[in-house]
Design a protein around this ligand. Structure first.
Ligand SMILES: NC(=O)c1ccc[n+]([C@@H]2O[C@H](COP(=O)([O-])OP(=O)(O)OC[C@H]3O[C@@H](n4cnc5c(N)ncnc54)[C@H](OP(=O)(O)O)[C@@H]3O)[C@@H](O)[C@H]2O)c1
Length: 288
């Protein structure tokens, strides 16, 4: 591993703060964090105990070896533009960490972590980079996580895991956001609720298969069994909607909808939910 590895952490919310902490435990890492709304609080409370630079925007930083994206997955096209100043195409790897470890930002710059962490990581193959380079970059980043003493596993086929998560998120995020009820209340709301959920999940499974990712047809049984065994839960999309914030509908629903159109796979349940959520998201954004 190189002696010094430059890392920019983009999106210093709950997840970003958690992994900033993990990465800062490695003496190889020279860390810069991008804080927006919590910049003042982070500067006041975090900088005195540390020499990690905090900036308001990537334009204040130089190119890095790794950009760790832990921001809310909204307005992704703007994010790509924002990140341009820190990306050197021959050097920079983008690491996307937008999944849960049971952490919440309880006040600006203060994050409460309640559950044990776990992460599955893998490669999104880049045809412009040799496989061996991709693998070395993954191994180096895994070394940093190991130094940070967090739990993680490297998966050969992360795309399968990713699409499984899309199936889960499409169902529970969109349904709980649209109905404003928890998962148990939804499943008991009528005899149509469970079959509706299964059909929705199956549509996403077919789209995943169209993209070359072999999800199996038993996934709805597994996911419905899993959710039934849990107390009723809401979702981050439901919370965003309740709080009048933009929702992560594009990455969760918009992406599979676009793929279904490209591949000519019919997905009427998915597309209906997406179209309605787009209108709600538009209303939330207008009111900001
Ligand atoms: N927390 C969990 O355990 C959990 C569970 C499941 C999934 N996730 C996923 O993990 C990701 C991060 O979640 P989180 O809980 O850390 O959220 P969070 O605490 O709300 O923090 C989000 C961070 O992203 C920044 N941000 C929002 N929109 C941005 C944009 N368009 N460009 C740049 N930065 C932006 C926010 O900055 P401002 O404050 O300035 O807006 C904030 O620093 C999300 O995709 C979420 O769905 C988290």
């Amino acid at each position: 591993m190189p002696d010094q590895i430059d890392v920019l952490l983009y999106g210093l919310g709950a997840i970003g703060s958690f992994y900033a902490f993990i990465l800062s435990r490695s003496h190889h890492v020279r860390l810069t964090v991008v804080a927006r709304s919590n910049y003042e609080a982070v500067n006041a409370n975090y900088l005195p105990h540390s020499n990690k630079p905090v900036v308001r925007s990537p334009s204040e930083a130089s190119t890095v070896d790794y950009v760790v994206c832990a921001h809310k997955a909204i307005d992704q096209e703007d994010v790509a533009v924002q990140l341009k100043p820190v990306v050197d195409q021959s050097r920079t790897t983008i690491v996307i960490i937008q999944n849960g470890v049971g952490a919440t930002q309880i006040s600006p710059g203060i994050v409460k972590h309640t559950k044990s962490e776990d992460m599955q990581i893998g490669l999104f193959p880049n045809r412009q980079v040799e496989g061996v380079t991709d693998q070395r970059r993954l191994d180096t980043f895994a070394g940093l996580l190991r130094n940070g003493e967090t739990r993680f596993q490297i998966l050969e086929d992360i795309q399968k895991k990713r699409w499984e998560k899309v199936v889960w998120n499409v169902a529970w995020n969109s349904i709980t956001a649209l109905t404003m009820v928890d998962t148990q209340t939804w499943l008991h709301s009528s005899d149509y609720a469970e079959p509706f959920t299964r059909e929705l999940m199956l549509e996403v499974i077919h789209i995943a298969r169209g993209c070359g990712v072999a999800l199996n047809n038993e996934l709805p049984d597994q996911f419905i069994g899993k959710i039934k065994a849990m107390p009723g839960i809401g979702s981050s999309m439901q919370t965003d909607c309740k709080n009048g914030r933009p929702m992560e509908i594009d990455v969760i629903l918009g992406f599979p909808v676009r793929k279904s159109r490209e591949l000519g796979i019919k997905a009427p349940y998915l597309e209906s939910l997406y179209v309605i959520l787009r209108a709600i998201d538009g209303r939330l954004r207008t009111a900001l």
